[in-house]
Design a protein around this ligand. Structure first.
Ligand code: SAM
Length: 285
């Protein structure tokens, strides 16, 4: 098997296949030999598990996943990579490459068809231009996944894994914590990629809750409230919810009081439980 963390090997593959890296598709391939084995090991790629990968590049992570898991299904948008992957992954008979856009394919159907009853983990070095949309798609589709282990931009990692109720948190933090527990695993410097991006990265893992829906919560209202609050995060909730959701300020004050919160509370000060409590009161107001 070719050593895909060797720069000369990668350059030679690119040259022989006439491949040029696409910035638009977020093509920064991993060349640091320690990173892919760590992602695979910490990301639940092991016997008895299937892995869904998003974005194969030349297959450097795919190979590490295939060495460990029962089966790897990898979705790759760039058809130019298919002949490269035929060469680099020739040693593995447990890898299926699915050409396509992860945002457009039916991921639930794919998991059903390809993995049957196997527990499935997601492992990926995500294209940074659509990190949040991919994560929210995976989470909101309520796919039967055990964990999502992904490389993201360092700042995105900090935001995704921030504690809800702190200034570092945003609407995406609440979104992620609704569906699971997110934690940063390890940092990855920009020099670990070819070509090197202008940013540093980090690997995070989201361990999914078995049943994320809190009792009695109108999920649609909850996320409308979170979005409204964070889109005007410096305003008090009374102001943002009145102006964006049309809830009378008096109703917001009454709900805040009932939930034991200060009248001048801002969304970034509230914990997950406090957000749930406030939404439960306001959803029926
Ligand atoms: N896994 C490889 C590695 O670590 O070297 C490549 C990672 S590279 C950051 C991101 C990969 O995602 C590229 O191969 C790119 O073509 C692919 N990609 C970009 N947008 C995609 C999409 N919407 N759906 C599926 N794959 C996509």
């Amino acid at each position: 098997m070719e050593n895909l963390t060797n720069i000369s090997v990668v350059q030679d593959l690119a040259r022989r296949h006439g491949f040029h890296f696409s910035k638009g598709l977020g093509q920064n391939f991993l060349i640091n030999p320690t990173v892919c084995p760590r992602i695979a090991e910490l990301g639940n790629a092991r016997p008895g598990f299937g892995v869904l990968e998003i974005g194969t590049g030349f297959g450097v992570l795919t190979a590490e996943l295939a060495k460990r898991a029962d089966k790897v299904v990898a979705v790759e948008i760039d058809q130019r990579l298919l002949p490269v992957l035929e060469e680099t992954l020739a040693d593995f008979d447990n890898v299926k490459i699915v050409p396509g856009d992860i945002m457009k394919i039916d991921v639930a159907a794919l998991l059903r068809q390809e993995f049957g009853g196997l527990p499935v983990a997601v492992c990926a070095n995500l294209p940074y231009y659509i990190t949040s949309p991919i994560l929210m798609l995976l989470l909101e589709s309520r796919l039967p996944l055990t964990s999502i282990t992904v490389m993201v931009q360092k700042e995105a990692a900090q935001r995704l894994c921030a504690q809800v109720g702190t200034r570092e948190a945003g609407a995406i933090t609440v979104g992620v914590h609704y569906y699971g527990e997110a934690r940063q695993l390890f940092p990855v410097s920009r020099g670990s990629f070819m070509p090197a991006p202008n940013v540093d990265s980090a690997v995070i893992r989201i361990d999914l809750h078995e049943n994320p829906h809190p009792e009695g919560l109108d999920e649609g209202f909850f996320f409308r409230m979170v979005k409204a609050g964070f889109s005007q995060r410096r305003k008090t909730l009374a102001n943002s919810l009145a102006s964006l959701l049309g809830i009378p300020k008096q109703a917001v004050y009454a709900a805040l009081e009932q939930a034991g919160l200060a009248p001048a509370a801002r969304i970034e000060q509230l914990t997950m439980e406090q957000l749930f409590a406030l939404a439960r009161i306001l959803q029926s107001a």
